[in-house]
Design a protein around this ligand. Sequence first.
Ligand code: ARG
Length: 611
Amino acid sequence: MNNPAELVVPRVQAAIATAFGEEFRQTDPVVRPSQFADIQINAAMALAKKAGLPPRDAAARIVDALNLDGICSSVEISGPGFINLSFDGTWIEELLNAESVQAASPATAVTPAATPQRVVVDYSSPNVAKEMHVGHLRTTVVGDSLVKVLEALGDTVIRQNHIGDWGTPFGMLIEHWLEIGEDSPEAALLVEDPSAFYQAARAKFDASATDEDGFATRARLRVVALQGGDQETFAVWQRLVAQSKRYFNAIYSTLGISLTDDHIAGESSYDAHLAQLCQELEERGLARISDGALCTFPAGFTGRDGQPLPLIIRKSDGGYGYGTTDLATIRYRVRDLAANRILYVVGAPQNVHLRMVMASARDAGWLPETVEAVHVQIGNVLGEDGKILKSRSGAPVKLMALLEEAVDRARAVIDASRPELSEAERAVTARQVGIGAVKYADLSTGHDTEYVFDFDRMLALSGNTGPYVQYAAARIRSILRKAGVLEGITGDGGRPAAGAAGTPAAGTPEAEASGGPATAIAVVEPAERALALHLLEFDATLNKVRDALEPHRLCGYLFELAQLFTTFYDQCPVLKAEESVRDSRLALCALALRRLSGGLELLGIETPENM
Ligand code: ARG
């Protein structure tokens, strides 16, 4: 931990204990940002009430007992009893130059969580033979960022891609696939345009609904065969799912998502357990028949009519549903995966369903109190009309086309602004900026709020956008390059590429970036100080993301970092400064770059070399 505000807390608590008695040691000092100093301590007011003292006297008692030698340069009581603290410049320098802060990658620059957890993260989870929609895009992007932050803080993360690969539509899909031929151009739609494939199967099904030995009938028999374990049908189903995985993987690779086939644990993988699960719940009196269906009625859920809401686990026709699979899933995650935290990064509309599953699992003892289960609700992505984003024709938007458009638009901007870059360089930057912009837009708004998908806004070079933050990082790269200390630094978080430009000389920011000896940063000017203090908040910010499961806090941090860097660069000459100042400022630039690119990395966003 290297965050000044957090480091001050135990000292304030010690002073409170001295002033008011040991029983007050655990008092929250109520640290807040201050207008007049670096931070203010607001605990005196509440303590004054308890001790029957005027608040300023209570503050004075705390200040008398406070030992902030070497930490604060000024301690002042203001207003009704605020204690304003200004950190000592030398202390800030000490913290900033510590090896743990200077470390290159986010994982080594943060203090691991005190109690690392085993976290199962359910995210992305698209459906076979269906288009991934923008909602899936968002759970994919938010989930992948959460996973990266948790891992950087030392948690063991188990990714689970709960794909929809089971259920009644598969009879229809398999029949259709067999009919058109697995190698036909129409079959290729499964990878290129899954919605079109699904629609074609659906249309055939609907058209033959009344035809006794037509397609619909064969489709129904096919489901029976599939669920009855028919070998041949099962093999066809496997091939069909494999095609869909190719489609998912194409999207993941375009987006730079860390999910692989190894993380797939689809609905089908729980099928063998559903009958026994229902039987167990029924026998234990935790589920009962209602209108022919077997249901649980977890406490606290009622419908509009005020009646208890059922979670159907076996339909009246004997089939199992989404709720049944999810109960088996949660049990598996606790029992077999040994999770102590389970995150469902899933669309907000599924909140009631998931909470009912969690409640039923708690009732059954499959989700003990020691295991936290959270629905990280993902808000809808809207079109400009304020409704769920659709294409002009009203069909679901093709995700791949959307991503391509983002890259094309970024390309047009880069072509115009940086014509001197090579064709290949512009292509790389356009991809990083276009994809980065889409991801950042998903990440920077609270995950549970809706937002309007707007290319112009997400690609803007000003405001809290991906391109703005990327631009700040690319600008620092260019400064370091001009100073002759960046040769060989690649896009992987600001570290030099091995062997790209020989071994960097010790003492340069480049050497520092690879963990070599660093030029000490001097913190003198107000803009340097503001930047330095913000850099020391990185750790605390990541911990907040972990606790609250809110990647938008990291976006906010990086946005502010980019702004503070811009102010610093406006006010403090770097390349033209006299040598020792120049070296210190270059080191500060290099550290800002590492935090920007390292932070972006945790959001799953690349940092362009040139922009
Ligand atoms: N496949 C589902 C959908 O597209 C999401 C699954 C979420 N995860 C879960 N365990 N229910 O809506």
